[in-house]
Design a protein around this ligand. Structure first.
Ligand SMILES: Nc1ncnc2c1ncn2[C@@H]1O[C@H](COP(=O)(O)OP(=O)(O)OP(=O)(O)O)[C@@H](O)[C@H]1O
Ligand SMILES: [Mg+2]
Length: 368
């Protein structure tokens, strides 16, 4: 089922948490909402579920305005940030709760609960109470409890946040598989970028009460559209300057307060003398002892840091810091190095996509 949020605004006291937020989630989609802590992700899920009323705006499901429909009539499954299992009920009874509330026969309840407990790998733990379970097992109970009532929409609020790294990976894969098998439209909230990358069909980034960018993971991580998204996804090489010449499929960009010129792939929003911000993803920089590629700038290595996936190397070029990612590193701090990249490695930050200005749309088409 598809979901549409139209201009949702929510205040807590004087604090505006959601600011005329609009979003569309497609039927069957695994949609991740990504954003820093305290940005209103949980609030948004509570509004979708009907547990919090928005001050303004509408929630539409399957083409119907359900803004004023009570939560129990929405057919939505919710896995809360803290699981919220009933402590005095066994695993079996926690999962059975929603079915019993619907008045199903004992035989049918047993059949369905066992089916979902097996799906999440907990059939041998059905007699236990929540305090006898690990964090990962509690997460699975919460998931089975949400799925057993066959929701049309599944809301998951950071369900893996209390789970250790090893179990997290396993549960993430299982979750993705269960979502695929059931086909349930899913909204998954997290501030973990890796989780978002692995799970999502599309990701929405929440910032200052609005959605800044909605795109599939590859585009969002490699083609961020705003300064905030670029920095948030670790693509923080943002170059200020202006377009000084258009040459067919390419353009010339002049770095601000510098004589350095760069070759950039042409985007329709470029105009001569227009100031633009260009983003250069760290993975698209190639550090080399000799100048290669269309763009090459000589700089000094100022920091080399080991990361989980390789190295982050900071290079200072005329006082401007470039961050490069490399799987292997052969440079040491203080060494001179060429920062090399193709014209197509640069793309303009063309603004929040919820506004969808014509320039943005053309920019999006152009880069495909
Ligand atoms: N019931 C409430 N009363 C007052 N303020 C609230 C209430 N619920 C949330 N807030 C505030 O609204 C803001 C957004 O909270 P929310 O829980 O939606 O953030 P979040 O993005 O889910 O954060 P996290 O990633 O830490 O879970 C926070 O500043 C929070 O303090
Ligand atoms: Mg939250």
């Amino acid at each position: 089922m598809n979901l549409r949020l139209k201009n949702i605004t929510k205040h807590f006291g004087k604090q505006k948490v959601l600011n005329s937020l609009s979003l569309e989630v497609k039927s069957g989609e695994f949609h991740v909402i990504l954003g820093p802590s305290g940005e209103g992700k949980s609030t948004l899920l509570f509004i979708i579920a009907g547990l919090i009323k928005p001050d303004k705006g509408e929630v539409w499901i399957k083409g119907k305005n359900i803004t004023h429909l009570p939560p129990q009539k929405r057919n939505i499954g919710f896995v809360f940030q803290d699981f919220a299992l009933f402590p005095h009920l066994t695993v079996f009874e926690n999962v059975a709760y929603g079915l019993r509330a619907k008045g199903l026969s004992s035989k049918e309840v047993k059949r369905q609960v066992n089916f979902y407990l097996e799906m999440v790998g907990l059939e041998k733990h059905s007699h236990k109470y929540p305090h006898q379970l690990s964090g990962g097992q509690k997460q699975r109970v919460a998931l089975a409890r949400a799925l057993v009532v066959k929701p049309e929409l599944l809301l998951l609020d950071e369900p893996l946040s209390h789970i250790d790294a090893w179990q997290k990976e396993k549960l993430r894969d299982e979750l993705k598989q269960i979502q695929k098998d059931t086909g349930v439209t899913t909204i998954y909230v997290t501030h973990d970028q890796l989780e978002a990358k692995v799970l999502a069909d599309r990701i929405s980034v929440l910032h200052q009460g609005k959605i800044e960018q909605v795109e599939p993971p590859e585009e969002l991580f490699y083609q961020p559209k705003t300064d905030f998204v670029a920095r948030f996804v670790g693509a923080g090489n943002i170059l200020q300057g202006s377009i000084i010449q258009l040459n067919g499929k390419k353009a010339t960009f002049l770095l601000k307060d510098s004589n350095t010129k760069l070759v950039v792939k042409y985007y329709p929003l470029f105009k001569e003398k227009k100031e633009v911000q260009l983003c250069l993803h760290p993975e698209r920089i190639f550090l080399n002892k000799r100048p290669v590629k269309e763009n090459h700038l000589l700089g000094k290595v100022i920091k080399v840091k080991k990361t989980s996936s390789g190295y982050r190397i900071k290079v200072s070029v005329e006082g401007l810091i470039f961050e490069a990612h490399a799987f292997k590193n052969s440079f040491s701090e203080g060494e001179m190095v060429w920062v090399c990249f193709d014209a197509k490695a640069l793309h303009p930050l063309c603004g929040r996509c919820f506004r969808e200005p014509p320039e943005f749309r053309r920019c999006r088409l152009e880069r495909l």
